[in-house]
Ligand binder design. Structure first.
Ligand SMILES: Cc1cc2nc3c(=O)[nH]c(=O)nc-3n(C[C@H](O)[C@H](O)[C@H](O)COP(=O)(O)OP(=O)(O)OC[C@H]3O[C@@H](n4cnc5c(N)ncnc54)[C@H](O)[C@@H]3O)c2cc1C
Length: 415
């Protein structure tokens, strides 16, 4: 389909939601450009996996050309699996089983998904462009301004610039996120070490949240096994596109209280890994091995925040999506799925507006009215889960760490 330029969309942020919306609009023949602050596509480590639920998968199905959607499934982990809640010695408290249906829940590598979302957007993603403000005026209606002094005109501007959004203060002035008491140090370790899987067979398809005896401390890990190697799958389904390497890995996260994070460790990879090692000494030896064998440059600190419901959208024809609006702690795997859902919904509304079914302002207001309830339901769910699993509430913590594990057999022997 030819691209017409009478209706243009400028998106700040080439993350999951920004790229997904760009795909949706491209397919509908809308002139869309994405402006990304990073100087290139893969400058930051994004070595973690994300679980896509039915909302995330549906959004991808609606937004991507069919071969790219199939590519996401082909490179993903096998469907199904479990999430186990254990004590610090990996004794089971309870287990959630995921449905074994290809389209129900899928674990995918974030970097691979981002590469898929970039396919076919050549010349439409502009790097080294940090968006700072939106002005009214300009030939198309709005103007998106950048830190380097440049600006572009667009009919619609979308802020998809993530949890630290620079556009949020202007577009949603009353909705900056609130700090939570919790933080996470995330890392990744090779799945196969010395020719063997570091994860024992009993946990092959399980994510594990090991909850420590002292409230406010837990350790999460899960393995990511690529269904098909990205190199081979991209060559077949998206020939000519950049394909990431796909070595299976274990993603892990040490959850701790924000006050336990020493000042100045952010960005200091060695100090972060040392912090994770120090805080995990009381956990099962498998957990300590994961931290010891971590790939240093994939270690990151994440201070958890929760988004606040916007009461006012300050610039008509400009809106926001994803973590920029509804940041949430990473409990329950809702952040990325909600961001993708936003992208498909906003895409649908903008295509309707472009077709003349409603004004741009109505389309955007309709998106916001529908997005805020489901997104903040997800925020509340994630924040509630975080409180129950890591908070100081004595009863649930006692049941999880003292009672339930006694009723179950040892999952992974410590020897
Ligand atoms: C360890 C971990 C595990 C997770 N697991 C899951 C999971 O299993 N399931 C799930 O659904 N979610 C998960 N999430 C959450 C998910 O990754 C995020 O919710 C999702 O990436 C949000 O997408 P987004 O498009 O809003 O922002 P992002 O993907 O963060 O993208 C924002 C982009 O904007 C760019 N940017 C920032 N500022 C500017 C600016 N001023 N101008 C231009 N560009 C800018 C950034 O560089 C970035 O590329 C996880 C998160 C973490 C940290």
């Amino acid at each position: 389909m030819g691209i017409s330029t009478d209706f243009s969309v400028a998106i700040s942020g080439a993350g999951l939601s920004g790229l997904c919306l760009a795909q949706y609009l491209m397919r509908a023949g809308i002139d869309v450009h994405v402006y990304e602050r990073d100087p290139g596509p893969f400058v930051r480590q994004q070595g973690y996996r994300i679980i896509l639920d039915r909302y995330g998968l549906e959004a991808l199905r609606e937004s991507l050309p069919r071969p790219l959607y199939r590519l996401a499934l082909a490179t993903g982990d096998e469907p199904g699996g479990h999430l186990r809640f254990t004590d610090s010695r990996l004794r089971n408290a309870f287990t959630i089983n995921f449905k074994i249906e290809p389209n129900a829940t899928r674990q995918v590598d974030r970097l691979t998904l981002r590469s898929i979302l970039m396919c076919g957007l050549d010349g439409r993603i502009h790097y080294g462009k940090a968006a700072v403000a939106v002005d009214n005026g300009g030939p198309a209606g709005l103007r998106l301004r950048f830190a380097d002094g440049g600006a572009v005109a667009a009919t619609v501007v979308v802020g998809a610039d993530g949890v630290g959004s620079d556009l949020r203060a202007q577009l949603m002035p009353d909705a900056g996120p609130a700090n939570t008491p919790m933080a996470g140090v995330y890392g990744r370790s090779p799945l196969r070490q010395n020719g063997e899987s570091i994860i024992p067979d009993a946990l092959r398809t399980s994510g594990v949240l090991a909850i420590a005896d002292s409230p406010g401390r837990a350790f999460f890990f899960t393995s990511m096994r690529f269904g098909e190697s990205p190199r081979e799958a991209f060559a077949r389904m998206a020939p000519g596109s950049y394909a990431p390497t796909g070595d299976d890995y274990v993603m892990w996260g040490l959850l701790l209280r924000r006050e336990e994070v020493p000042a100045g460790v952010r960005g200091n990879l060695l100090a972060l890994r040392e912090l994770a090692a120090r805080m995990s000494t009381d956990f099962h030896p498998l957990i300590r091995r994961l931290v010891e064998s971590a790939e240093l440059d994939a270690t990151v600190l994440n201070l958890f925040v929760t988004g606040r419901r916007p009461q006012r959208w300050a610039v008509p024809r400009a809106t926001m999506m994803g973590d920029a609006v509804h940041a949430m702690p990473p409990f329950g795997a809702h952040g990325g799925n909600t961001a993708l859902r936003d992208a498909a919904l906003l895409g649908e509304r903008l295509v309707e507006a472009r077709a003349g079914g409603m004004s741009v302002e109505e389309a955007i207001a309709g998106y916001q009215d529908e997005m805020v309830p489901y997104a903040f339901h997800a925020v509340d769910t994630a924040a509630g889960l975080m409180r129950r699993l890591t908070g100081g509430a004595a009863a649930p913590h006692w049941v999880l760490t003292r009672v339930l594990p006694r009723l179950h057999r040892v999952t992974v022997p410590e020897a």
